[in-house]
Design a protein around this ligand. Structure first.
Ligand code: AHM
Ligand code: MG
Length: 335
């Protein structure tokens, strides 16, 4: 018999502290959790159920879709469309807003998600994740339009990610700190295992895709060069480096033991000011990171303050341990 707090118990107890809460949000989160358990199962079974490999299609961003990108997108939709809590959904894998089918009632929330982040890792059995963000619909019970989703990240009601790693974890914030839950497969429940997660303010670990180095701007060039100089350079200490190529895994490492993650602005493609997407990657992760005491910025501005211009907008991301991110932001200010 388990003795820990289940996620359902945790959310219901949180809901009791919110005056006027109707239980809608708790029910919505329950549906998200069902999708995540289903995705976890598919990712875990992998080749046994024929879900590995790529399709011949591309998503709206011109990226080749993996079979699992499409399957997991479908799983998120099917779990969340029917219960009457949402007025619309948007995802990395869909060009436009997904309207709630007319046979279902509409609700007061919007959800944006990346159903399988880091999916280039899926065929090689390295961690991937699901990222989601819940917003309030500006007009409840009305089919949402794209403009309804273009809210700054500070307005998120909830953000979370699932990490399909050596264990499956769900990490969540509703604006009162960050809590981590581990899936107990024997009982099918997420159990609170990482209460009140906090990112250490200092770190000696950085994460960046160094193959893009020639495209970086001067402040990032300077910061990374100084990390590489280690104890013989101006930082006076040796650094370690990691790059999983799964943002969920990188953010989870940072939440666990500190670190800095950068997918900065670069000159590789003038039409893309960064690689990661604001609405369903950068915003939810920034909300979680800030709630855990970290900092998240483009280098020039706080990500959560940005007003999105479109669903699939890309942004530079620099996030993690407070003091370390501040060093990089200082270099941006110096130009
Ligand atoms: P995806 O949503 O298509 O998987 O792309 C996002 C991922 C992040 O998880 C990760 O940080 C980054 O792309 C890795 O990029 P790269 O291939 O340049 O290493
Ligand atoms: Mg992604």
């Amino acid at each position: 018999m388990h003795t820990g707090t289940t996620l359902t118990q945790f959310i219901i107890e949180e809901q009791r502290h919110i005056a006027g809460a109707t239980g809608d949000f708790t029910a919505l989160l329950n549906d998200v959790v069902t999708a995540i358990k289903t995705i976890s199962n598919a990712v875990n079974k992998g080749a046994l159920i024929g879900v590995m490999g790529a399709l011949e299609t591309e998503n709206v961003q011109g990226e080749t879709q993996k079979k699992l990108d499409v399957i997991t997108n479908e799983m998120m939709i099917r779990s969340n469309e029917w219960a009457g809590h949402l007025a619309g959904m948007a995802s990395e894998e869909m060009d436009a807003v997904y309207p709630i089918p007319t046979k279902y009632p509409l609700g007061k929330y919007l959800m944006v998600f990346d159903p399988l982040d880091g999916s280039s890792n899926v065929d090689i059995n390295i961690s991937v994740g699901t990222i989601f963000s819940i917003l309030r619909a500006p007009v409840p019970n009305r089919a949402a339009a794209e403009a309804d989703f273009l809210q700054p990240g500070v307005k998120q009601v909830c953000a979370g990610y699932a990490l399909y790693g050596s264990s499956t974890m769900l990490v969540l914030t509703t604006g009162h700190g960050v809590n981590g839950f581990t899936l107990d497969r024997d009982i099918g429940e997420f159990i609170l295992t990482h209460p009140a997660m906090k990112i250490p303010a200092d770190t000696k670990e950085f994460a960046i895709n160094a193959s893009n180095q020639r495209f970086w701007e001067a402040p990032v060039q300077r910061y990374v060069a100084e990390c590489l100089e280690g104890s013989t350079g101006p930082r006076g200490r040796d650094f370690n480096m990691r790059w999983v190529a799964s943002m969920v895994a990188e953010v989870h490492r940072i939440l666990t033991r500190g670190g800095i993650f950068m997918y900065p602005r670069d000159t590789k493609d003038a039409s893309k000011p960064g690689k990661l997407r604001l609405l369903y990657e950068a915003n939810p992760m920034s909300f979680i990171v800030e709630q855990a005491g970290g900092v998240s910025s483009t280098g020039y501005e706080r990500i959560l303050d940005m007003t999105p211009e479109n669903l699939h907008q890309r942004v530079p991301v620099i996030l993690g341990s407070k003091n370390e991110v501040e060093v990089v932001l200082g270099y941006h200010r110096e130009g």
